[in-house]
Every structure is written in structure tokens, then in C-alpha cells.
Design a protein around this ligand. Structure first.
Ligand code: PGA
Length: 250
């Protein structure tokens, strides 16, 4: 059985103070024996507050991006080592908003993934098709292409430590969640690509999360699909009660 991961992507929301108050509300709502892994990814400046609030709980903290260099003249960037030193143990990489607004390519995402692994972080690598690609029936082509240009470049040892998030861009922040069937079909394809490149066992171990308009009222249907090893939640993770309800459905 693959352990499910319920991950929160806070994007550019919550100061350190707001982060602390989220955890004050959220932690008492959790079952301490919850079987899933909970990962919360606040903005970088709120990571120390999150790490301190989550200490001693089953919650792990992650970044939302990192640069591949260890240090150097890269104004405005944060390295994987710096995230690790701040207490983060996970990192989201290649989110569609990073690709769209900050022009990240598959090869950038691969370099970031390798740097994150070198620093001891667990990467959640995002892939997924744009609305026009979805409409044109190109979902499978996009998944195959992004897999080939991204995670396929990892070694077998590196691949074993990576999670993939399938996040169709038409579903992100739109309220337009993918049906469990659509999500499951995409996950199967990703697992199939993983098997071709890394073998059956590695593909079976791979955890694939779904992301895009996950809410307390649609999580149960998604979690009925055995192909879904968890979710990556944006908007609905900002409220403690709503994210706790999602976590409970793991
Ligand atoms: P959403 O965002 O849940 O607000 O759609 C998901 C994401 O961008 O990871």
C-alpha cells in the first residue's frame, strides 16, 4: 500500500503570523493516528513559523520552489539547502504557475528536482495540460512529453524519492475539478510511463497526487480511486477546517 499524501500549496498567501494562527486551529482538528502524510507548503518567509508550529506533529513542511544552485549571485532566489536549513523537508517543483508566470521549462524543473534531492528534500513534481490542450484532446501527449523531458532524466535512485502531482491547468483555481475517472486515467498513464522508464516495481511505488479545485465536497469521490495517492490542494487548504476535512478523507 502506498501511503497517501495530503499536501497544501498556500501559494502567495499567509504571513508568518497568519501561519501560526492557522496551525493553532488546524492541529487540534487532526486525528494523531491519521495514516496519511500531511505536507504544508507556505510562502518561504512563513516556513520557520510553520516548522515551529508543526514540530512534534505528523505534519511536514515544504517550499513551493527552489533554485538549483547551492549559493551564488542569483538575486531573489532560494536554494534547496536553504529550505532544508529552515526546516522544510519537502518542495513543490514545476507548478503550472511557475511555468506560466516565471517561464520555467521541463529542463529547469529537472535541475531543480535534482538539486532538491541532493539537499535531502522530497520533491513533488507537477505536470498537467493547459485548457486548450485539454480541449484539443492532447492530454496524453502532454503528459508523455512532460514526463520524458522532466522526471525521466532522473536516475532510478533519485526517481524512488520523487512524487508526481497531476494538475490539469483547466482545473486549478477554477472550481472545475477533474472527474475521478479523468484523474485516474491520467495517473494510470503517468504510472505506465514510469514503468517503461524505471521498471514495474518503481512505478508501483510511485505516489501520484491529483491537484486542481480539490474541496471538502469532492474529495471523497477522488479518494475512491486507488490510482490517486493523495492530493495537492490550493484554495481549500488555506482554511484550517476545510483542509482538515480533506485530510480526514484520505
Ligand atoms: P486549487 O490549486 O486547489 O486552488 O485549484 C491547486 C494547485 O494549484 O496546486
Amino acid at each position: 500500500m502506498r501511503r497517501r499524501i495530503m499536501a497544501a500549496n498556500w501559494k502567495m498567501y499567509k504571513t508568518a503570523e497568519q501561519t501560526t494562527s492557522f496551525f493553532e486551529q488546524f492541529i487540534p482538528l487532526l486525528d494523531p493516528n491519521e495514516a496519511c502524510r500531511i505536507v504544508i507548503c507556505p510562502p518561504a518567509l512563513s516556513i520557520p513559523a510553520a516548522v515551529s508550529a508543526a514540530s512534534g506533529t505528523q505534519i511536514r513542511i515544504g517550499g513551493q520552489n527552489c533554485y538549483w544552485g547551492k549559493e551564488g549571485a542569483f538575486t531573489g532566489e532560494i536554494s534547496a539547502e536553504m529550505l532544508r536549513a529552515a526546516g522544510a523537508t519537502w518542495v513543490i517543483l514545476g507548478h503550472s504557475e511557475r511555468r506560466q508566470h516565471f517561464h520555467e521549462t521541463d529542463s529547469d524543473v529537472l535541475k531543480k528536482t535534482q538539486a532538491a534531492l541532493d539537499a535531502g528534500l522530497s520533491p513533488i513534481v507537477c505536470i498537467g495540460e493547459k485548457p486548450d490542450e485539454h480541449k484539443a484532446g492532447k492530454t496524453n501527449d502532454v503528459i508523455v512529453r512532460q514526463f520524458a523531458a522532466g522526471v525521466a532524466g532522473l536516475t532510478e535512485e533519485q526517481f524512488a524519492k520523487v512524487c508526481i502531482a497531476y494538475e490539469p491547468i483547466w482545473a486549478i483555481g477554477t472550481g472545475n475539478v477533474a472527474t475521478p475517472e479523468i484523474a485516474s486515467a491520467a495517473h494510470k498513464l503517468i504510472r505506465c510511463e514510469a514503468e517503461k522508464r524505471f521498471g514495474a516495481e518503481a512505478a508501483q511505488q510511485l505516489r501520484i497526487l491529483y491537484g486542481g479545485s480539490v474541496k471538502p465536497d469532492n474529495i471523497k469521490g477522488l479518494m475512491r480511486e486507488p490510482e490517486l495517492d493523495g492530493v495537492l490542494v490550493g484554495g481549500a487548504s488555506l482554511d484550517a477546517h476545510s483542509f482538515a476535512a480533506i485530510v480526514k478523507s484520505a
